[in-house]
Design a protein around this ligand. Sequence first.
Ligand code: RM4
Ligand code: MN
Ligand code: MN
Length: 406
Amino acid sequence: MTDLSAEYESLTSRLADKGLDVARIEREVAGFGVETPSWGYGDSGTRFGTFPQPGRPRDVFERIEDAAEVHRLTGAAPAVALHFPWDEVEDYGALREHLGRLGLRVGAINPNLFQDADYRLGSLTNPDPAIRSRAIDHLLDCVRIAVALGGDAQSLWLADGTNYAGQDDLRARRRRLEDGLSRLYASLPDGHELLVEYKLFEPAFYATDIADWGSAILLCQRLGPRARVLVDLGHHAQGVNVEQIVALLAREERLGGFHFNNRKYADDDLIVGSVNPFELFLIFCELVSGGRELPRLTIDQSHNIEPKVEAMVLSVVNLQEAYAKALLVDRDALTTAQEASDVLAGHELLLDAYNTDVRSLCATVRERNGAAPDPVRELRASGYADRMATARSGSGHAAISGGIHR
Ligand code: RM4
Ligand code: MN
Ligand code: MN
């Protein structure tokens, strides 16, 4: 950006001329926050290999340090989602203190029911009652961890499913799943919520037990009002209209939150907005429609070849910009166009907002928030990556191991 303040002045005066409340938009952008995932900072890869990166965090404390750097630069990543047992420690009091010292708080707690050999044929849906009860124990442990860390959400992605028709009874699996989740739901302290994530396929290839938003919302409706659906952008069939799913879930008061990433083919977990920024914008248009509060927003990415902190920073910036653009949509004009059955007027209003360059507004808001106007440039100039490469060169690191991201 050549001259930030000149660009900002010209943008905001154009927006004001259109009748937009610039101060309100800036307030909303300033208040925007997303959780970043501890598992997005450690080593990861594909099933073909993992490429260790210099400076990779060796344990959860260092993963949280990276998250703090992302928040320092963007001012928009105040919470860290944790994954267990990947982030297991002896002393949760110390972990909580560490978060607080770095100006962060804990985000959603993600139980892991996909990695252990016992779960080969499923966890909560496993035909073996002993394995099901082991899975439930882990879920209950995660609730205790949330309490110890001052968190208030469990975010569950269940990898359970079958690979072959006839392998197991689909209805029996569903009953086992409902029973297991009821145990979890019943153990939630007041004010805690349960987010139920769905995913079409992988690691199961015939029938995934929670494959889509419909099977997720049915579970939530059985459980109770604090169970809501979590949408991960990489978990649908190609071409599925995700913003419409958002609208439907919001209408039912069951939109619990998001796992943001981007994909071209399947669950690619690439940088947010890197493949389909227009879809991201349309999702935010749905999120802000009707002036609702935003649900819990989380980044869920797995960076295999790109520098992780930079990738996370770029994702946060892309999210902030998509949100800002969605706030520019002239809602009254949109309603008028829709009521007049004017097919293209509404579409053009969306395009007008999408095509507005909001970078100077977001940069200015970040600067006022004490963050960096250009976080990627600031990160590169700060030497953070080199410092970490030196500081974390010792052995004995606790990189994320196993799981589907290897
Ligand atoms: C899954 C899903 C979960 C994430 C794991 C690592 O595909 O997106 O949310 O925790 O990956
Ligand atoms: Mn996810
Ligand atoms: Mn995923």
